[in-house]
Design a protein around this ligand. Structure first.
Ligand code: GLU
Length: 505
């Protein structure tokens, strides 16, 4: 058999915001495709009109674009295998439903919801399958004429797959190995509904994977129970030769490890579970997103890549290029990965440190503008270089370096009580004279000269430094004093000290 070109797909249903677990699925598909010189397809599985949410598709595309997950074809990206939105492929599916009906692998069922309910009352753990189907109203129990008459009279029906009982179905999974399921536990799933003339997920998914020449199905563990039916459908269609290989990814778990990560965990513990902020069109609720919370896309990608996979050594920081090189589906964990949110923050911190100051400054600029600060980009770059190691988020830069842009107008009470001594005003007045003649106003030179002056006067170094910090910053925090004076410049440094003397006396 000739090697087929690797083709994988991300196939979300547009039922709301894309959950962070879905983002990981998309990422793993992308890494696998690129590593193998293959294609990544975006297919929108919108056959469930009841659950369709407007805006969800655009949201998915925007989120994955933000993260640098690029598609080769699909909705919004074009390609030879379209249309890529399942709602636009109705005619294609009808043909395959008919094929299964003609071959006796499916049948037509007319049972109304009320009839199905009645059966559920009658039979405990009722399942529509080989043991019950002959008690129901379907094309197996009705004559061909009766069936046709009902359809012609406009009765709604569904098409169900006819599963033969008592057969072991083997699913080969790259991550889980061979999974064997007995067909008797499967039900005769609905494949098609006349009401909306649309196939269900199972049929559309298989037909499209086949027609789009998908070679590997990498998806969440929640789809593993569907895999035996999918294997059967491949067989019924005669496509077993080219059936994709399966890889079912383990769940993302709550930070505590007990159960599946949900939106409620995010609300409860204060972290986003969506890539971008999501405005629910039905409820009007707004859910926070990684982007709006100040995460860098490369940090989110790196963090997610390691939830359920590792490179086999302790390397943690990996660019997209490196991830593409090292990723290995066979090394994906079978066990769920705890969602360690603190680790996400750690990655963001690391990526801020790694970014050059110019880029960090550019990200900080709009925040400065929001605070009414118009600063020179070169100055912002310098400040950011000094302060970025103190933050995990760009937005937190304001909190730690506002004083570089706005002179203090008030002085922290506690610090003042502790640091502003009786002789501080007089000493700082002298310091101003030292600073005034200092040239150049550099870090080391100024420090040396000021310290020499303090020593010659027999003053207390700590007291003067503390009082100066209070004058420059307004409180007791901040970097090295002479880094601050150098950045502020001579005039501004003197102005701030002068003002503190006036206000604090
Ligand atoms: N539409 C399914 C989903 O929303 C696709 C599952 C699959 O990849 O087969 O995840």
């Amino acid at each position: 058999m000739t090697q087929r070109k690797v083709r994988v797909r991300f196939a979300p249903s547009p039922t709301g915001a894309l959950h962070i677990g879905g983002v990981r699925t998309a990422l793993y598909n992308y890494l696998f495709a690129k590593q193998n010189g293959g294609d990544l397809i975006l297919r929108i599985e919108d056959t469930d009109s009841q659950r369709f949410v407007p805006g969800a598709e655009a949201y998915i595309i925007e989120a994955l674009t933000w993260l640098g997950i690029k598609f080769d074809e699909g909705v919004n990206f074009g390609g030879e295998y379209g249309p890529y939105r399942q709602s636009e492929r109705k005619a294609i599916y009808k043909e395959y439903v008919d094929q299964l009906l003609n071959d006796g692998h499916a049948y037509i069922a007319f049972d109304t919801p009320a009839e199905l309910d009645a059966k559920r009352q009658e039979i405990a753990n009722f399942q529509y399958d080989a043991s019950t189907r002959l008690q129901m109203r379907n094309s197996l129990t009705l004559s061909a004429e009766e069936t046709k008459a009902l359809i012609d009279a406009g009765h709604q029906y569904v098409v169900r797959v006819k599963i033969e009982p008592n057969e072991d179905i083997h699913v080969n999974d790259i991550i889980r190995g061979e999974v064997v399921i007995n067909s008797s536990i499967l039900d005769d799933k609905v494949l098609y509904k006349s009401a909306d003339q649309l196939p269900t997920y199972h049929l559309a998914n298989i037909v499209d994977d086949h027609l789009m020449e998908v070679t590997h199905v990498i998806r969440g563990e929640e789809w593993l129970p569907s895999a035996p039916l999918h294997v059967l459908l491949y067989r019924y269609f005669g496509w077993t030769e080219t059936m994709p290989q399966f890889a079912h990814l383990a769940l993302l778990l709550k930070p505590e490890g007990n159960g599946k990560l949900s939106k409620r965990d995010g609300d409860r513990l204060g972290f986003p579970v969506f890539p971008l902020e999501w405005h629910d069109p039905k409820t009007g609720d707004i859910s926070s997103g990684y982007r709006e919370s100040g995460y860098l896309p490369e940090a989110v990608v790196n963090f997610l890549a390691l939830l359920g996979w590792n490179p086999g050594n302790d390397q943690e920081m990996m660019s997209m290029e490196e991830l593409i090189n090292y990723f290995d589906l066979t090394r994906c964990s079978k066990a769920g990965a705890k969602f360690d949110y603190e680790k996400g923050k750690w990655f963001n911190h690391q990526y801020i440190q790694k970014k050059d100051n110019k880029e960090v400054a550019a990200l900080f600029m709009p925040i400065l503008v929001n605070h009414g600060v118009k600063a020179d980009p070169g100055y912002v770059e310098k400040v950011v270089g000094m302060m970025k190691d103190r933050v995990s988020f760009i937005k937190d830069l304001w909190e730690v370096c506002a004083f570089f842009f706005v002179a203090p107008t008030e002085y922290d009470e506690k610090t003042t009580k502790k640091r502003w001594k009786a002789d501080s005003a007089a000493q700082l007045a002298e310091l101003i004279e030292v600073l005034r003649t200092r040239e150049p106003f550099d870090i080391e030179g100024t420090e040396e000269e000021v310290k020499a002056w303090i020593e010659s006067k027999g003053y207390h170094l700590g007291n003067i430094m503390n009082a100066t910090r209070l004058a420059l910053v307004g409180e007791g925090k901040g970097p090295h004093i002479f880094d601050i004076t150098e950045a502020l410049g001579k005039e501004e440094s003197i102005r701030r000290i002068q003002r503190a003397i006036e206000v604090l006396k």
